[in-house]
Design a protein around this ligand. Structure first.
Ligand code: CTP
Ligand code: CA
Length: 226
């Protein structure tokens, strides 16, 4: 089998993928989260592994399971946990795909006891910005590393995605079009546009997340050959 593995396009290449949502604790029983299922990230991790890569998958809370047994999974909960796991694994990876839906804000204080209902109608939870993990990785990228991010937009999609590509020093960005029925968080399908650092733009049809993962990984193997 060793000889067969060597012939795969990503044999011996280290990859790191993030997936799923993050949960930001409010108190011992509540959190701020989002609807990300983790499907897209798990599909990318599986595809990279099937191409021979040595894959570490850093996942927020998700019911997904890897199809490829070689994928090494690290479970995290919050954006801060995910940052730490990424910082540890990033330096010696050649391919990094950030498909997690990381919370942008996290509560300033986590109550140690369950917050009781108060008099009055409202409750205000004070939050602070999380670290932008992808931007951190872009700022620390070294030669030979490929960094790929996602963008979820509802308006001015391509311009916003291009701005993120530049700001976060990415090799390419995968724009997820939520506008289309059948694409996005809770679905089995996605419709993407890939924009690379030469501002080359490729739009794909609506397809299964497994097939979207194949398109993304083909772009990765093409760029690695350059
Ligand atoms: N991301 C990250 N860390 C964060 C927030 C986002 O690593 N704290 C990453 C996501 O994994 C994704 C990319 O940044 O690959 C873009 O995420 P997105 O939410 O579309 O963009 P933001 O930069 O957070 O901007 P906004 O939510 O305001 O559109
Ligand atoms: Ca965001």
């Amino acid at each position: 089998t060793a000889d067969i593995l060597k012939k795969l396009p990503l044999a011996g290449v280290k990859a790191m993928v993030t997936a799923g949502p993050t949960y930001e604790a409010i108190d011992p029983v509540r959190f701020i989260g989002n609807h990300s299922s983790g499907k897209m990230g798990f599909a990318i991790a599986d595809e990279l592994a099937s191409l021979g890569a040595d894959v570490t998958l850093i996942s927020g809370p998700s019911a997904q399971v890897s199809k490829q047994r070689s994928v090494k999974r690290i479970d995290v909960t919050s954006a801060a946990d995910m940052l730490e796991a990424c910082q540890q694994n990033y330096p010696d990876t050649s391919i990094c795909v950030m498909s997690a839906a990381v919370a942008d804000y996290t509560p300033v204080d986590v109550a140690t006891q369950k917050i009781k209902k108060q008099d009055g109608d409202g409750l205000i939870i004070e939050t602070k910005k999380t670290t932008d993990i992808l931007k951190y990785l872009g700022d620390h990228k070294h030669d030979g590393q490929l960094l790929i991010g996602f963008a979820l937009e509802t308006n001015n999609e391509e311009q916003n995605a291009t701005d993120k590509l530049k700001k976060k020093n990415l090799d390419f960005i995968v724009l997820n079009s939520l506008g289309d029925a059948g694409a996005g968080f809770k679905t089995y399908t996605n419709k993407i546009t890939i924009i690379d650092r030469d501002l080359q733009k490729t739009t794909f049809d609506l397809k299964s997340k497994e097939d979207v993962a194949k398109d993304i990984c083909l772009k990765i193997t093409t760029l690695l050959k350059k």
